[in-house]
Ligand binder design. Structure first.
Ligand code: ATP
Ligand code: LTN
Length: 328
């Protein structure tokens, strides 16, 4: 039996290099070995304000990027979260068991509530329960995510264990987070102390996947570094370290090879070469994404098939849970 992988991205804005290097690219590798399910988690997007038209467009764009990056509908299941109602239904059930204190510890909620002071919804607070439902519905073994999501997967594990201890240990499979060794936290180009994020309104912070080559070059050439000169991997030198990490992920070279290559060179050389490797890495993805976006009917039909496959697994789990806890 193959192990199952589940992960998702919110269609809450333009997809950036952090989402791609920290998540999507690893999913493409995972589908070769595992039974993979990748979700467009639109219900998570509405935990913060969304423009309806933009949300629709972001869902289509994210779907196109998944497939363009190499997720293969024959190997993986790709679907939109709101197309499978079991996600909302299991989230409600989990809500009734997850202790408040666990949720109150979630650092992403604290950060996001701080940023969206005018509109902090109950949904934003409850976000991890829906994420736990996503994962547990599919008897997931592995959850590949960036560093920022580890705490949520741990809450999912705790929730599964809590409910298993009460309703039988075969109720939920307890999932394991998988955090990449490199690329788990790609930092902002303008401010390497903040992570690249879709929801930031700082256009020079992130390289977006569909940015033109010229925009990519401009953003990288403007990236914040430091006043030193030596080009080497050093976690304390956040800006340079981030640029080198992106270079490493896009070029496939080792840290040693990269340091030797840039010995005696200047930051401007690093930035120029980095811009080219990023442009080349993204070129085929951009081309395929554009083709797919020109064929909306095809995208719709891929999503329909994905939702049908997901629905079957999710309904079976939901039914098992409902029976075990005495509903209906
Ligand atoms: P938002 O700003 O809307 O919260 P985000 O950019 O943080 O969005 P998510 O949809 O929350 O993106 O995350 C999708 C996936 O990408 C997750 O696995 C997350 O861990 C990963 N990810 C997000 N930002 C980065 C980053 N800067 N570096 C590496 N991985 C990232
Ligand atoms: N919370 C995640 C997105 C997400 C997810 C999931 C990731 C929702 N459900 C299930 C993995 C598994 C995020 O913000 N990146």
């Amino acid at each position: 039996m193959k192990k199952r992988v589940f992960s998702g991205i919110k269609p809450s804005g333009d997809i950036h290099l952090g989402n791609y290097l920290g998540a999507i690219r690893n999913w493409v590798t995972a589908q070769e070995e595992h039974d993979s399910i990748y979700c467009i988690v639109d219900l998570h997007s509405i935990t913060v304000a969304q423009d309806p038209k933009e949300l629709k467009r972001n869902i289509r764009e994210l779907t196109a990027i998944y497939f363009a990056a190499g997720i293969d509908e024959k190997k993986s299941t790709v679907f939109v979260q709101s197309h499978v109602s079991a996600h909302s239904e299991l989230a409600w059930i989990l809500n009734c068991f997850i202790p408040m204190g666990w949720m109150e510890r979630m650092t992403q909620f604290k950060d996001k509530a701080q940023k969206n002071k005018k509109r902090v919804s109950v949904g934003l607070f409850d976000y991890p329960a829906l994420m736990a439902a996503d994962i547990l519905l599919y008897d997931t073994d592995y959850v590949p995510v960036g560093e920022d999501q580890k705490q949520h997967v741990e809450l999912t594990r705790d929730t599964a264990e809590l409910m298993n201890s009460r309703f039988g240990k075969d109720l939920f499979k307890v999932p394991t987070p998988v955090i990449p060794k490199t690329g788990a936290r790609i930092m902002g180009l303008d401010d390497p102390l903040k992570k690249m994020a879709k929801s930031d309104d700082k256009p020079n912070r992130s390289v977006y996947l569909l940015d033109s080559p010229d925009t990519i070059r401009k953003k990288i050439m403007r990236a914040t570094t430091d006043s030193l000169t030596e080009i080497r991997f050093d976690k304390e030198r956040h800006g340079v370290n981030n640029l080198l990490t992106i270079y490493q992920l896009c070029s496939g070279k080792t840290a040693k090879e990269i340091e030797a290559h840039f010995a005696g060179k200047q930051y401007s050389d690093l930035k120029r070469e980095l811009a080219e490797v990023v442009v080349e890495e993204l070129r085929p993805v951009q081309q395929k994404a554009k083709d797919l976006l020109n064929h909306p009917d095809h995208l719709e039909s891929l999503l329909k098939t994905g939702a049908e496959k997901a629905e079957e697994i999710a309904q079976a789990t939901l039914k098992r849970v409902q029976e075990r806890i005495g509903l209906g």
